[in-house]
Ligand binder design. Structure first.
Ligand SMILES: [Fe+2]
Length: 319
């Protein structure tokens, strides 16, 4: 296994990538597969004993079904990591392993390496860095959405198609984005077929990495094979200031105003930063309080099959 320290993560970095980072969708190449952390054996070992609170096993929606209507969440149950992999390979499932650096020392080392290489190459200071592993079935998909932090997709195994849409008002109107930022939106994000005419469509092969601007709308469909990808999320001062402004604009809009500015400097910005801070503190105890409904478990004897169980709620930990 090549040393994580000596081998660069980015294998085709060019100076212009630093200028384009966060401005437009950017495609780069990476060497993550060389770490040996993503083989069947390594993944099975990682899944075995992964903390219950930090994984989500989901039956995703199928093509052309109403968004979010068919996402059901389940338990690994008695299945081994190897059986989970078989179930995903042969079935229609989506497994997220969240908080990887907290739960596995090898991924903590990898996260540090990626973070510091991003900081060095882009010339930015990252304040918070998170990493999630996605192991997903052929055909599985995520619907049109946007993420709030800086987001990168590191593709490692299988093939998937990613649609990256312009980060503009037409594709994600400000009131909608504010609801996403405030975690106030539970229903689907509207999608129109004509959006695809303006998307950058990328077939992600192993070794490809995509990074796009903050709030960049996107959707993903797995094309073939067991798909293994990492997502990394990062926060810089600039990204956090944008978040605060959008959050405050959402509060103002709810109060009947029509905020126009998204400036992240000046007195207006500081007033908004204070507003959202006070609001979020008073509201903090209620954030993330929704329960996750667990409705199935894997059948260890029949990879790809699931068994309905008496639904139960997985309560979030105290924040
Ligand atoms: Fe996303």
């Amino acid at each position: 296994m090549p040393s994580l320290v000596s081998q660069p993560i980015f294998t085709d970095w060019k100076p212009q990538a630093a200028l384009l980072w966060g401005q437009i969708p950017l495609l780069l190449r990476h060497a993550l597969a060389d770490t040996g952390l993503f083989t069947d054996a390594a993944l099975a070992g990682l899944i075995d004993g992964y903390p219950r609170d930090d994984y989500a096993l989901v039956i995703p929606g199928k093509q052309n079904e109403p968004q979010h209507a068919r996402w059901t969440e389940g338990d690994i149950g008695e299945a081994t990591g190897a059986q989970v992999l078989e179930a995903i390979r042969n079935g229609f499932l989506w497994l997220n392993l969240r908080n990887l650096p907290k739960n596995d020392a090898r991924f903590a080392a990898l996260a540090d390496r990626i973070r510091s290489e991003m900081e060095e190459r882009v010339g930015m200071k990252i304040d918070v860095f998170e990493m999630t592993l996605l192991i997903t079935s052929p055909g599985a998909q995520t619907y049109y959405h946007c993420d709030v932090p800086g987001q990168s997709l590191w593709h490692i195994r299988g093939r998937k198609r990613v649609w990256l849409y312009p980060t503009t008002e037409a594709f994600m109107p400000a009131p909608l984005l504010e609801e996403v930022v405030m975690q106030a939106r539970e229903e689907e994000i509207p999608f129109h077929d004509w959006y695809d005419d303006y998307a950058k469509v990328v077939d992600m092969e192993p070794g490809m990495m995509a990074h796009w601007p903050q709030y960049g709308p996107h959707r993903v469909t797995n094309l073939e094979g067991l798909n293994v990808s990492l997502t990394t999320e990062h926060w810089t001062g600039d990204l956090a200031r944008s978040y605060k402004v959008r959050y405050a604009n959402g509060l103002l809009r709810r109060a009947g105003f029509t905020p126009k500015s998204t400036a992240t400097t000046g007195p207006g910005y500081h007033a908004k930063a204070a507003l959202q801070s006070i609001w979020r503190r008073t509201r903090a105890a209620r954030l993330h309080q929704w329960a996750r409904h667990i409705e199935f478990r894997l059948d260890p004897d029949h990879p790809g099959r699931v068994v309905e169980i008496e639904p139960y709620d997985l309560k979030p930990r105290a924040v």
